[in-house]
Design a protein. Structure first.
Length: 228
């Protein structure tokens, strides 16, 4: 089963997704819970700094909520369709159909409306919702970052379906994909130390890579054995 987050991971780095899902190599763990709490608290702190008191903060949040069209009919909606699954944060209903609301603890992008990965998530949720028939038609999407400003987007379920096909093909392959070679991406990736010693052009199988983690061989020695 492929998750919606797998689709966004695929667009970030095919190799990272393959190492995680196909080769089942776990990266170094981060305390995501602490990171999330920090970002939420920072958002509230920023709002408090810009308001006179807690009452004005409450008024601001209530105003933001009322600006979003539709009535909330469900939250944390888990859906499956074909080989894709995911959980929608909030579903809203209007007279014309349903709106997907995606909530993010991260900062909004500078110079553009939303992050591309977040837009793809809304696309994927629209694909799931329309397949369920219970939440159809999907007429729009809303993404809310930690500034609490709703940003309207137009879901494209067909795009998500195409990315899903590409992800399935990738995860059915036994061969390591080519590296991304992106300074911006690689510097933030937990798999970077491993990726450095793997062949840039790919080619190793998931079995050969896992062998490095259950024997005393280093990844470089596994690569040397593979080349012979």
């Amino acid at each position: 089963m492929v998750s919606v987050s797998d689709l966004t991971s695929y667009t970030f780095c095919k190799r990272k997704l393959w190492l995680s899902k196909k080769a089942k190599i776990r990266s170094s763990q981060r305390d995501w819970g602490s990171i999330l709490k920090y970002r939420v608290l920072r958002s509230i702190t920023n709002l408090l700094d810009s308001k006179d008191n807690i009452h004005s903060l409450t008024d601001f949040m209530l105003k933001t909520i009322t600006e979003i069209p539709g009535e909330i009919v469900d939250t944390e909606v888990y859906l499956r369709r074909e080989k894709l699954c995911g959980k929608i944060d909030v579903l809203r209903k209007t007279d014309d159909g349903y709106i997907i609301q995606e909530e993010k603890s991260s900062d909004p992008p500078k110079g553009r409306k939303v992050w591309e990965r977040d837009l793809l998530q809304v696309d994927a949720y629209a694909f799931l919702a329309e397949g369920s028939h219970e939440y159809s038609p999907i007429i729009g999407g809303i993404i809310v970052y930690n500034d609490l400003k709703p940003r309207e987007v137009k879901p494209d379920p067909e795009r998500a379906e195409e990315v899903l096909r590409q992800v399935i093909w990738l995860l059915e392959s036994d061969d390591l994909p080519e590296a991304e070679r992106s300074i911006n991406k690689c510097g933030k990736c937990d798999y970077y130390p491993l990726c450095q010693v793997l062949p840039q052009e790919g080619g190793l199988t998931d079995t050969e890579i896992r062998k490095a983690f259950v024997t005393e061989l280093s990844p470089k020695e596994i690569i040397r054995d593979h080349s012979h």
